[in-house]
Every structure is written in C-alpha cells, then in structure tokens.
Design a protein. Sequence first.
Length: 312
Amino acid sequence: TTVLNNPLRPALLAAARSPRLEGAMSRMRITRKLVDRFVAGESEPDAVAAVLALVNSGRFVSVDYLGEDTVDSAQAQATVDAYLSLLQSYSTMDAAPRSLEISLKLSALGQGIDRSLALANARTICAKAEQVGVWVTVDAEDHTSTDSTLSIVRELRVDFPDLGTVLQAYLKRTEQDCHEFSGPRSRIRLCKGAYNEPASVAFQKPVDVSDSYVRCLQILMEGDGYPMVASHDPEMIDAADRFARAAGRDVSSYEYQMLYGIRDAEQARLVADGKQLRVYVPYGNQWYGYFMRRLAERPANLMFFVRSLVSR
Ligand code: FAD
C-alpha cells in the first residue's frame, strides 16, 4: 500500500477542507479518542509532556500548533502567541542540541490574507526561536501556495539561514526545487505530499510518487545541505541509508522524520540503530484538517475510524 492507492482519498481530502463537516466531526464524542492517536493533545502542557517523553527516548521533535487557512489576522496573531509561548517552554527544557524544533504553516500565519502579514509573523517566530536556539521548519501546503511559501522562506533565510522548509515529491516541480535547496545550510524535509493535487502538477500513481521521492532524495543526499527524510515507507528509509553511505555522509548530517503516533516501533529501531529521528508532534484544537489527511493516507486508519462508529 502507498500514499495514493486509497479510493476514498480524494473524497476524504475534499472533506478535510469542509467547515460544515469539521463542525459535525468536532461534535462527535467518539472522534476524540481517534484524534488522540495522531495529536498530542489540545493544550501546550499536553504538547510539552509529549515532547519530554520523546526527547527522553532519544528522539528529536518538531512541534506544530495546529491550524491552517486562517482568514482573520487576530487568529494569525493567536498562532504567533502560541509559538512564542511554546518556545519559552522549550527554553526551560534540558534537551540535547538540535532535538527541539517547531514547524509552521504559513497559511496559519495569514498567508491567505496578505503575504506580508505571514512574512512578518514568521519573522517574529524565527527571531524568538533563534534567541532560544531552536530550529524552525516551514511546512508545505497545497500547490497553489508553493511559490509564495518558497519565496517567503528565501527572504527569511537571509536573516535566518538555518530556516528549513518542506518539498513534496508528488509535485512535478520538486526535483528542480531540490537542486536549488541542496546547498550549504539548506534544511529540506522531503515528504511525499498529503494534499489532493491535479494531474497537471502532481504525479498521481503511487509508484511515480515513490520514484520521484527517490530521485529527489538522491539530489539532497549528494548535496551539501541537511536532508530530513520524512516518510514511514521502508523503501524510502532504505534508500536514504543507501544514498547517505554512497555520499560518505555522517549520521549527524541528515535525519529521519515520522509523524506522532505512526510506526512507533520503527522510530525506536532507527534510534537504537544510531540514527537521528525526529517526530512531528501536532497539538491544539484545530485538529480536523490534519486528522482527515491522516485518514486519507491509509485505509487502515480509515477502517479504525469506521469500525469505531459502527460499534458505538
Ligand atoms: P505512505 O505512502 O503513506 O506509506 C508507505 C508505506 O509506509 C506503507 O506501505 C507501509 O509500509 C508504511 N507505513 C505507513 N504508515 C504505516 C503505519 N501506520 N504502520 C505501519 N506501516 C506504515 N505532507 C505535506 O504535504 N506537507 C508537509 O509539510 C508534511 N510534513 C510532514 C512531516 C513529517 C515528519 C512526515 C512524516 C510527513 C509529513 N507530511 C507532510 C505527510 C507526507 O506528505 C505523507 O502524506 C505521509 O508521510 C505519508 O507518506 P509516507 O511517505 O509516510 O508513505
């Protein structure tokens, strides 16, 4: 099974964008338990508890304050405040260098309202993160935002050269983008991609997405940057190991990444094997879009959900 072979995927990804369904789902008591499989909790203390447990197990973390497609600037400001507060909590933790990171979605910082608002908000967060010695990575969202997101990242990297971003292997443009972002101090999280994208811009067949991922990974591993291999797919994980060895890379010059609650045993195995492994930890009450993308990814996740509804 792979990312795109779920026949319900397009419907679930369309549902992920429906405010009406979001309202209905949020009112269903049963969803909470399911959401907890993928989300660390609603509050900052919940996130901090998850972070401490992961860091104590030798894993790195990247915390995401859930939210996206913000259309009001007060909401965007609330997101900034949540990150500033989280960074303050990070600064009191006794954690190994590199182990703490935050992930941002520019759409949650106001990208849909005004590019300069998202840029200014991201800059505020980057400045605080730099002050407390924490890495920042900008998530990738749907393809209509790619150019804007990469241009904001380029602009921010003038002042914050370690700012990372995400490239999605399902996009046909990504191989080219990998060439641009494989230079010194470039931190790129390579993932397959989680949105519903048209054939004009994105590979549709799972095998084509995987092939693209492997090509992109090779470019990043042969480059001078810091590749972040975000995948649960054993084939991608093996390919990363192969390319890293071939390029003579030290294990500290790249890392693996997986999502909170997914393949926990494999996460532990990589750490036991001496690899760097970062877990993406989402928290907050705006879990709906994130949760629906996880259901769309994997028929097994969806079946778990359906079964819990019928056995209520
Ligand atoms: P898939 O194609 O979903 O799975 C391939 C194989 O992995 C499966 O066949 C199975 O062998 C194995 N596998 C997968 N799940 C399980 C499981 N639960 N148990 C056992 N085996 C399993 N997407 C974006 O669009 N933008 C982002 O910014 C972004 N950030 C991400 C950050 C991280 C750290 C990660 C891990 C993913 C991120 N994604 C992001 C999501 C990503 O694009 C994919 O949608 C998601 O990771 C699923 O693709 P996959 O590579 O894991 O493999």
